[in-house]
Design a protein around this ligand. Structure first.
Ligand code: HAM
Length: 434
């Protein structure tokens, strides 16, 4: 029996009818990142598992529960659960830190996490991310936040809350870890088994455990902002000053710790309250220790990732505009072999001029051809039969009005079509003016 093929649970197909939503975000994000001086980087879909253990961290949910790992011969590989680790690996491996700093890159990639799927949470999802390596200065933090904020604004989204926090450096972290251990130890028996093991290894991870019980206990835990060293405190103050200077509104949220271990100092999340429980449309922060952890010369760095699926949900909820799917400019109906051959050559000529042109490739009669042209919402239709081939003149029909004009099939065909297409483009505008 033939199988009924199904996509894997937690994945999505993007069908042609919806692809304009993706293209809108990809275009806006790319253009904005380029304006900020970022260039595109493309990295492999899978990396050695060790890379994610070292960067994302062994005590995170991502590493402990969500990675797709495969063994191939003697090596173990993991489908990337996020984009930062692979990007930093590529920056180091390709010697980009030896070029002019800061090194600024952006990417648009799929990520894989074995999470429980729900609205806005998938097992394969997509991130647009940007990373900057080389600057320890707090203005770099403000610049990255400004880039993410600008992308979100240019997509037409509003009421997005920017939450920021500082989670300090290893120096302030040790006092904070001690305070967390003391706090959670008194309620150890209530914690989930994973968090019990995190208590010794990395108590900050308990703060973003998805279990409601652990979450409830974590609500009253000490906050890192009370434990920042002078340098981290000054850095955070400066980031806030620069954000204000740039007119970017933010909220300080001392509860943000992020789900990945590499962060230091500034962390941030963009929250949209219109899309349900999975409301974080993007997040990021500074990770000054990651590059050296991965074998590069110690180099401060920072970045963010925006979730494309969640951005689409937010844009749909807020009825933002997407770029319109491309329309067919001309459908050429043909009757008989000679007309079909003429249709094929005319189509190629107009495509060279940049028009979107189709003709019948199904061997259908004229009526279904016209019906199909209507379904395509083609701007124009041209009908070719023996008479048109004999006279070298055919009727070009403007579908919005039903108006017909004669068009010569000879050498000036593409020029005449171009004139008609321009006239059609302006007809609505002129109607509006008159
Ligand atoms: P993240 O917060 O794990 O950060 O993911 C960034 C964004 O990806 C989230 O805010 C969310 O919009 C989206 N996302 C995450 N998991 C899922 C999922 N299962 N389904 C749908 N969307 C999801 C990072 O990944 C960091 N690499 C960001 C970064 C870059 N930090 C510094 N540079």
């Amino acid at each position: 029996m033939a199988m009924t093929a199904q996509r894997p649970y937690g994945t999505e197909d993007v069908i042609p009818r919806n692809v304009n939503k993706w293209q809108t975000i990809e275009r806006v994000a790319r253009e904005t990142a380029e304006k900020f001086g970022f260039s595109e980087i493309r990295v492999p879909t899978f990396e050695q598992t060790e890379l994610f253990l070292r960067s994302v961290g062994e005590t995170t949910d991502v590493v402990q529960k969500e990675m797709y790992t495969v063994s191939a011969r003697e090596s173990t590989f993991t489908l990337r659960p996020e984009g930062t680790a692979g990007t930093m690996r590529a920056i180091i491996q390709n010697g980009l830190l030896g070029d002019a700093l800061p090194c600024r890159v952006y990417y648009n990639l799929s990520c894989f996490r074995h999470e429980r799927p729900q609205a806005g949470r998938l097992r394969e999802f997509h991130q647009f991310g940007a990373e900057m390596a080389g600057s320890p200065h707090p203005c770099a933090d403000a610049e990255m936040i400004a880039l993410a904020n600008n992308i979100i604004a240019r997509l037409g989204l509003s009421n997005i809350s920017l939450n920021i926090n500082s989670i300090g450096c290893p120096q302030c972290r040790s006092a904070y870890h001690a305070a967390l251990r003391e706090y959670f130890s008194s309620r150890e028996t209530e914690l989930c088994p994973t968090c019990i093991s995190r208590l010794a290894a990395n108590p900050m991870r308990i703060l973003d455990c998805k279990s409601p019980v652990c979450g409830g206990i974590a609500k009253d835990a000490p906050v890192i902002l009370d434990y920042l060293c002078d340098e981290c405190s000054e850095h955070f103050e400066a980031v806030k000053k620069y954000l204000t200077l740039m007119g970017i509104q933010y909220k300080i949220n001392p509860k943000i710790v992020r789900g990945l271990d590499y962060y230091t100092k500034t962390v941030f999340e963009f929250i949209c309250s219109d899309i349900g429980a999975q409301s974080t449309i993007g997040g990021g922060g500074r990770y000054d220790g990651l590059i050296s952890e991965l074998g590069g010369a110690p180099t401060p760095a920072l970045g963010f990732g925006l979730g494309l699926e969640r951005l689409i949900l937010a844009m749909m909820a807020q009825e933002c505009e997407f770029i319109q799917p491309a329309r067919c400019d001309l459908f050429i109906c043909s009757m008989g072999d000679a007309a079909l051959e003429k249709a094929m050559t005319l189509a190629m000529t107009l495509r060279d001029e940049g028009y979107r042109v189709e003709y019948d490739v199904m061997g259908r009669n004229i009526k279904p051809q016209m019906k199909y042209a209507g379904k395509l919402s083609s701007r124009f239709v041209l009908v070719l039969g023996d008479d048109e081939l004999a006279t070298g003149i055919a009727k070009l029909k403007l579908m919005s009005t039903g108006e017909q004009t004669d068009i010569s099939l000879g050498e000036s065909f593409e020029k005449q079509f171009g004139d008609a297409a321009i006239a059609e483009m302006f007809s609505g505008v002129l109607d509006g003016i008159s």
